[in-house]
Design a protein around this ligand. Structure first.
Ligand SMILES: Cc1cc2nc3c(=O)[nH]c(=O)nc-3n(C[C@H](O)[C@H](O)[C@H](O)COP(=O)(O)OP(=O)(O)OC[C@H]3O[C@@H](n4cnc5c(N)ncnc54)[C@H](O)[C@@H]3O)c2cc1C
Length: 427
């Protein structure tokens, strides 16, 4: 059996943050990073727009501002981001404030899906040069923390300390790991909403601020704005029983201006927190996802704002020519009526936020604007951590979106560094 001082499961930003922090510490350690995907550096393959201002990407239950800023400084030192300029922010902020909403000014950079792939290549090369073994296409299946071993689909591996950072798609897997380690957890929070797609001239703020972060009443916010060569995509999820549903998402390419489609997309999400009786956010999300899949013939739903306002479903014809002058970039979605699938309370708050947004940036409620549903963020596993380094059991650490310690690339990277600070005690 091969044994390592450190095993890192997941090559996303959380795993990367931990690996580079351990390398920098100068500790002599044999490090292995595995990832089930054959390529990967996790979510950095998608759009790769990075936010460098607290609290974006930092769940407040785990991060105080001072601590987050200290870790963010390390992320910045490593990634050396090119912060994008912004303009006219005060004007938008004043309009938002008048409506009781706010616009956060965030330091951002945008590499695009293509730029992200380039960065990933460099990161993987750097890891290898630093003697970190990288095993892609290898999946962790289970852990035995008494024997200090994990089983993968290829072999059994020994460790002194391990970081499990499987991202949002590892949500189920992480719950299995927690059950086998007897780690108590709840997943009582989930974000549910829509993805909006429209022409840039109907949401021109993106020319001033690439990914504007608006906060509305009732915990609704804009999230992950993409523009230029921007596309709506769908992500496949399976329930514990193997039923398939989709969440929508979005990304953009940075290079090749000539391919710009003139469109923008962003998510509008409402945070739902369950208290009494405590419910699983994941199961709630799955029920919503399955309902949408049922209505959409196995696909997510899409509806034009014009149809929505008239209380009509959108039909295939609604997406062809005529007044509706742009084609949806997500072809795998079904024209439908999102109000039949979405809980009314969530829909009411989302619609109210959209009306406020249309007052702040007039145009977004143009009849051609498309609302895709559902966009769901399943990152609310909340394990009971033993310490501030996200240790869940003797020498076992979690980090990243799947473990609830982050909600984005930079937060995940910072979480990985924070976990590595605890892992160093076991090397
Ligand atoms: C379409 C899309 C666009 C996005 N755009 C942005 C953006 O622009 N900006 C931003 O900040 N965030 C964005 N995000 C979110 C961002 O990707 C995540 O916040 C971030 O990647 C989380 O990092 P992580 O390390 O926790 O997990 P991930 O990046 O998801 O990495 C986890 C890795 O673990 C691997 N893995 C899972 N299970 C196992 C297992 N059992 N064994 C071995 N390996 C396993 C996975 O293959 C994956 O590579 C986007 C997400 C998507 C899906």
């Amino acid at each position: 059996m091969e044994s390592y001082d450190v095993i890192i499961v997941g090559s996303g930003p959380a795993g990367m943050g931990a690996a580079f922090s351990l390398i920098k510490s100068g500790k002599k350690a044999r490090i292995l990073m595995i990832d089930k995907a054959p390529y990967s550096t996790g979510g950095m393959r998608n759009d790769c727009k990075m936010n460098f201002t607290f609290p974006i990407g930092f769940p407040l239950e785990y991060w105080e501002e001072d601590m987050a800023n200290a870790y963010l400084a390390q992320v910045i030192e490593f990634l050396k981001p090119d912060i994008m300029p912004k303009s006219n922010i005060e004007t938008y902020q004043a309009r938002a404030t008048r409506l009781g909403c706010s616009l956060l000014e965030i330091r951002q950079t945008h590499l695009g899906t293509d730029g992200g792939l380039e960065l990933i290549k460099q990161l993987q090369q750097k890891l290898r040069q630093s003697d970190v073994e990288l095993s892609l296409g290898e999946t962790m299946l289970s852990i035995d923390n008494k024997a200090k071993t994990i089983t993968t689909d290829k072999r059994t591996l020994g460790y002194r300390t391990i970081l499990v950072a499987p991202g949002r798609q590892g949500f189920h897997f992480l719950q299995e790991v927690m059950q086998s380690l007897d780690v108590p957890f709840v997943d009582n929070i989930v974000d549910v909403g829509i993805r909006v797609e429209t022409r840039i001239e109907h949401y021109p703020i993106v020319r001033d601020y690439y990914d504007p972060k608006f906060y509305f009443k009732e915990k609704v916010r804009t999230f992950c704005t993409n523009s230029g060569n921007a596309h709506v995509v769908r992500e496949k999820y399976a329930t514990g029983r193997g039923d398939i549903w989709y969440s929508v998402n979005g990304h953009a390419y940075a290079a090749d201006e000539s391919k710009n489609n003139g469109l923008v997309n962003f998510a509008l999400l409402k945070t739902v927190r369950f208290t009494e009786p405590l419910a699983s956010g994941q199961e709630f999300a799955e029920h919503l996802g399955l309902m949408a899949a049922l209505m959409g013939g196995g696909k997510p739903l899409m509806q034009r704002v014009g149809d929505f306002r008239l209380g009509r479903r959108s039909k295939a014809a609604t997406f062809n020519g005529d007044l509706y002058d742009f084609k949806p970039t997500l072809t795998g979605a079904s024209p439908s009526d999102i109000s039949l699938a979405m809980p009314s309370k969530i829909l009411r708050y989302i619609w109210s936020a959209l009306k406020n947004l249309d007052t702040i940036v007039p145009g977004i409620l143009h009849p051609s604007t498309i609302m895709y549903y559902p966009e769901i963020k399943l990152y609310a596993n909340k394990p009971q951590y033993r310490d501030e380094h996200f240790q869940v059991a003797e020498s076992v650490f979690f980090a990243g979106d799947g473990a609830g310690t982050s909600r984005g690339i930079t937060g995940a990277w910072a979480s990985g560094i924070r976990a590595a600070d605890g892992m160093k005690d076991y090397i």
